[in-house]
Design a binder for this molecule. Structure first.
Ligand SMILES: [Zn+2]
Ligand SMILES: [Zn+2]
Length: 263
């Protein structure tokens, strides 16, 4: 489920779309990716039970990707009373560094059962789901992920600039979630635009690409119109995320579909 699809500080602070936040569900294993401000309340308003989360996954420390991290851990652990769940995040986000404070309060750091610090190419597992970490190029230490089940590979590319090697990192992805902040003809440093999305989708060739994380310029251009043009240039199926969208990607699996997945 895509809780929110806002992608830049203007879109987030004006709530032109709800803040970032993706729920990824593989049977009983549930991941919450990149909770932006307000996404805990947003999740509850959709009737989601955050006590059932298996792991909170943070790609980097920007507000729209970690602003509600403490709130999500609080909901997952009953305010810290029930120590459980896994936090998967870069070291600087968990503990802070010379540039910024930790996004995770020490109390909530101690509330989870396990913390898995990530780095490029690291492979971690949550139950029967393997997660491969891929370093990206952003104005902050930032990572993408490939979630691998027995029958499906879901890739998540958050904030990054396009770089040679990006496609190789995410090859063999069945369903690609792509943060496309900007429309055709508009670029901003360390963020993807629609031209980049064409190159990435052509290179990776997923069965399905889901576009999300829209900046204000993208919203002005209308992601639906941008996707229409993009669709003419790629072979993959394209879905434009909107707030509250639920997609069942199991039909996009290249392998045999045994496990049913929803997000
Ligand atoms: Zn960012
Ligand atoms: Zn972002």
């Amino acid at each position: 489920m895509f809780l929110g699809t806002a992608g830049d500080p203007i879109a987030v602070s004006k709530q032109l779309r709800r803040s970032n936040g993706i729920l990824l569900k593989f049977n009983d294993v549930v991941f919450f990716l990149d909770p932006g401000p307000g996404s805990m309340a947003n999740a509850l308003s959709h009737g989601l039970n955050l006590r059932e989360l298996s792991a909170l996954v943070l790609s980097h420390g920007h507000l729209n990707h970690s602003g509600d991290a403490n709130a999500i851990i609080s909901a997952m652990t009953l305010g810290g009373l029930d120590k459980r769940g896994i936090l998967i995040a870069p070291k600087a986000v968990v503990f802070g560094d010379e540039k910024r404070q930790a996004a995770i309060d020490p109390f909530f750091r101690d509330s989870v059962e396990k913390i898995l610090l990530i780095e490029d190419k690291k492979r971690v597992a949550v139950a029967d789901i393997d997660i491969v970490v891929e370093k990206l190029i952003h104005d902050e230490d930032c990572y993408g992920f490939r979630f691998l089940s027995s029958s499906l590979s879901i890739g998540y590319i958050p904030d990054t600039e396009y770089f040679s090697g990006l496609i190789e990192k995410f090859k063999d992805t069945d369903v690609l979630i792509l943060c496309v902040q900007n429309p055709f003809g508009f670029s901003s440093h360390y963020r993807l635009n629609a031209e980049d999305a064409v190159k990435i989708i052509r290179g990776i060739k997923p069965s399905l690409a889901i576009l999300t994380h829209f900046g204000s310029k993208m919203l002005d251009a209308d992601p639906i119109f941008v996707a229409r043009e993009l669709r003419r240039q790629v072979d993959s199926e394209i879905i434009v995320a909107k707030d509250g969208l639920v997609v069942d990607p199991s039909t996009y699996s290249i392998g045999s579909v045994q496990s049913r997945l929803k997000f």
